[in-house]
Design a binder for this molecule. Structure first.
Ligand code: FES
Length: 212
């Protein structure tokens, strides 16, 4: 139990005991797996990573498969929204649970070594960034002046991946803690101070190359 709940139990024992009794009663007609899946969804809705880490193993223990967890998240899309689902999947992948390994990318290269093409210049369109994923590389590539700029898609705040849905009106918005970045400069315009990380690149003919 969290420190805050411990505190509330001491400060308002009757109210809190009634609350816990309510929670217990509320799920009394559900099987354990369904109740655990609903608990996972509530933790995703509240965006509490510790809650997801606590309740997801309970759902798996109660018999839920990885596909059932993914289905439950997707079915809750009208309440959660896509960015919370992406956030939940990031938390789940960080847990390295074997149940979710089936869809994880095992093709990541071991170490940066040589220049490789990631995109053709002709694939860039105006100021709209292109999202590129190759192995462990996640990047946004866009035109800047006569050249090109490549940004790491990992947020400089806590390293979460900023999904393509975060691109709008020349900005990139991270759904995790609402930091925003100006795509022209990479500077943080809202929430923090750190800019997007720029990835070194070179142009070879029509290919944009980076070291991966
Ligand atoms: S991880 Fe992006 S804003 Fe916190």
């Amino acid at each position: 139990m969290s420190r805050a709940l411990d505190y509330l139990l001491k400060a308002r024992p009757q109210a809190m005991e009634a609350y816990f009794a309510f929670l217990k009663q509320a799920g009394s007609h559900l099987d354990k797996k369904t109740a655990a899946l609903i608990s996972v969804i509530t933790k995703v809705h509240a965006k509490t990573p510790n809650g997801v880490r606590q309740y997801l193993p309970r759902a798996l223990k109660a018999g839920a498969s990885a596909d059932e967890v993914i289905d439950a998240l997707l079915m809750a899309m009208p309440a959660l929204g896509f960015s919370k689902i992406v956030w939940a999947i990031e938390v789940i992948l960080e847990m390295n649970l074997p149940e979710f390994a089936r869809y994880a990318d095992a093709s990541a290269p071991a170490a940066a070594s040589e220049w490789k093409p990631i995109l053709n210049l002709r694939d860039l369109n105006g100021k709209t960034p292109r999202y590129v994923k190759i192995g462990t590389l996640h990047a946004y590539v866009l035109k800047r002046g006569d050249g090109v700029i490549v940004y790491d898609a990992h947020c400089p705040h806590k390293g979460n991946l900023i999904p393509e849905t975060g691109v709008a009106d020349g900005e990139l918005a991270c759904p995790f803690h609402e930091w925003k970045f100006d795509l022209a400069s990479g500077n943080c315009t809202h929430g923090g101070t750190k800019p997007l990380r720029v990835i070194d690149h070179k142009i070879d003919g029509e290919n944009i190359m980076i070291k991966i």
